[in-house]
Design a protein around this ligand. Structure first.
Ligand code: SAH
Ligand code: SF4
Ligand code: F3S
Length: 450
């Protein structure tokens, strides 16, 4: 596929300044890096200060209503702050763009200038030109069966980990989920293309890559599957750690588990979204596995990789979920003993099968009560799992110190993705060091250098 960029700036001495804000998942983070790269080539400059920007772009998420509301609130606040004297163009990118194009454009109070869906980022220069120079509202939310942006080198921020989307879209149509509608059908990049990107990342100083897809086990390019891809990536010299997210519990191949078990570069961490622990609910969600099958998979994973860290996603209050069915989720959580869990209250999404077939009938107060009980139980399990680390030795990869931690700390992560906090010790970002764990909280571990 050819990539022809329209270049409105080519003869212009005025560089337009862009402020880009990202919501949602890692896939969106990666997409923002693609957007930065596409626009930088066209002479746009990215600024960290929103008030200095000519264009504000929000790369949005549509997964829950809360994510929508945040974006609407943000647009109103930008319009309010900038006022009439210092106007700014506003563009909406990402998953909200696809399913809310009409609403966004018609809402006069928002005054959105342009909209680009996840497969239309190469057209951004053209869309911006139409909106700024020709004064029309412009949009492109077409979903592509082919676009993988394999010809774009993302413009990343410095760090130890780089995201790589190895596939885009989703064909699973879980009934609650908007992603198949906002991101279209599954398509994968070639293994050579991914491996080339990993090689380039090594030369840029990255030590870890995380391969991304809505269901990485659906990765397919010719006859190559995800296990093949992971194996190839692990052969790249200089890459120390490889992570991936997410696999779907319905089709975790043995071959991939065996590779994980023996390949030292592949981190022993699997994010395995459960969603619910009751078979009737799982069936209504169209997850295509039962709780028994999920438990068997967990057993198989732990037999092959005994020290594996398992994390999950759970939705409470799916339509018609009864108290007893929710108890089944609690029982499964107690049984599996996940290292940690992301928990969500069901949020009805426009256009999904659940929104058409099942009324959102679990009252908000019950959803809140359920999520609090679930979080309480999971917090104890996470704390216990973290405490089991005390006294043991781990290799950690040093990361940039997060803003909420004192600069007198050094932080890193274990293979199982646990955050370890150490006293400042002269080691720098990207170093792999051995530590002994001395203490644990429900959120992190404390350690000393061995
Ligand atoms: N493709 C990934 C999930 C991406 S969305 C996977 O299947 O693993 C991340 C999580 O958001 C999902 O696992 C689910 O737990 C949650 N989620 C998705 N749609 C939701 C909705 N309508 N309401 C509440 N939570 C939702
Ligand atoms: Fe959504 Fe299901 Fe696809 Fe994940 S697998 S993105 S939850 S439809
Ligand atoms: Fe990600 Fe949100 Fe889209 S979770 S795929 S940005 S709907």
């Amino acid at each position: 596929m050819s990539t022809v960029f329209y270049n409105p700036m080519i003869n212009s001495t005025l560089q337009k300044k862009v402020f880009l804000e990202t919501y949602g998942c890692q896939m969106n983070e990666y997409d923002s890096e693609l957007v930065r790269s596409i626009l930088k080539k066209e002479n746009y400059a990215f600024v960290a200060d929103e008030s200095a920007a000519d264009i504000v772009m929000l790369n949005t998420c549509a997964i829950r209503e809360h994510a929508h509301r945040k974006v609407y609130g943000r647009v109103h606040s930008i319009r309010h702050t900038r006022g009439k004297d210092n106007p700014v163009m506003i563009g909406i990118l990402g998953c909200m763009a696809t399913n809310l194009r009409q609403d966004l454009l018609e809402d006069r109070s928002l005054k959105i200038d342009f909209i680009a869906g996840p497969d239309s980022y190469k057209r951004l220069p053209q869309l911006i030109h139409e909106a700024s120079d020709e004064g029309q509202k412009s949009y492109d939310v077409t979903l592509s069966e082919f676009e993988t942006y394999s010809d774009i080198n993302p413009s990343r921020k410095e760090g130890v980990n780089a995201w790589i989307a190895v596939m885009r879209g989703c064909n699973n149509f879980c009934t609650f989920c908007v992603v198949p509608y906002t991101r279209g059908r599954e398509r994968s990049r070639s293994p050579e293309n991914v491996v080339d990107e990993v090689r380039r990342l090594v030369t840029e100083g990255f030590k870890q890559v995380t391969l991304l897809g809505q269901n990485v086990n659906s990765y397919r390019y010719d006859d190559y599957d995800f296990a093949y891809l992971m194996d190839e990536v692990s052969k790249v010299n200089g890459i120390e750690r490889i992570r991936f997210t997410s696999p779907h519990p319905k089709d975790f191949p043995d071959r991939f588990l065996e590779l994980m078990a023996v390949n030292p570069k592949i981190c022993k961490h699997i994010h395995l979204p459960l969603q619910a622990g009751n078979n009737r609910v799982l069936d209504m969600m169209n997850r295509t596995y039962t709780k028994e099958e999920f438990l068997n998979l967990v057993d198989k994973i732990r037999t092959k990789i005994p020290k594996v860290a398992l994390t999950t996603d759970i939705i409470v209050g799916f339509p018609t979920e009864t108290d007893e069915e929710f108890e089944d989720t609690l029982k499964l959580v107690a049984k599996v003993q996940f290292d940690s869990a992301f928990t969500f209250k069901y949020s009805e999404r426009q256009g999904t099968v659940a929104s058409k077939k099942y009324p959102d009938d679990v009252p908000e107060a019950i959803k809140t009560e359920r999520i609090m009980r679930l979080n309480e139980i999971q917090k104890e399990i996470t704390f216990k799992k973290n405490q089991e680390h005390i006294g043991q030795e781990f290799q950690i990869l040093i990361e940039p110190t997060p803003k909420d931690k004192p600069s007198t700390n050094t932080v890193g992560r274990t293979d199982g993705n646990k955050l370890v906090i150490l006293p400042q010790n002269g080691h720098k970002m990207g170093d792999l060091i051995k530590v002994i764990i001395t203490d644990a909280t429900p959120h992190s571990l404390k350690g000393i250098i061995k």
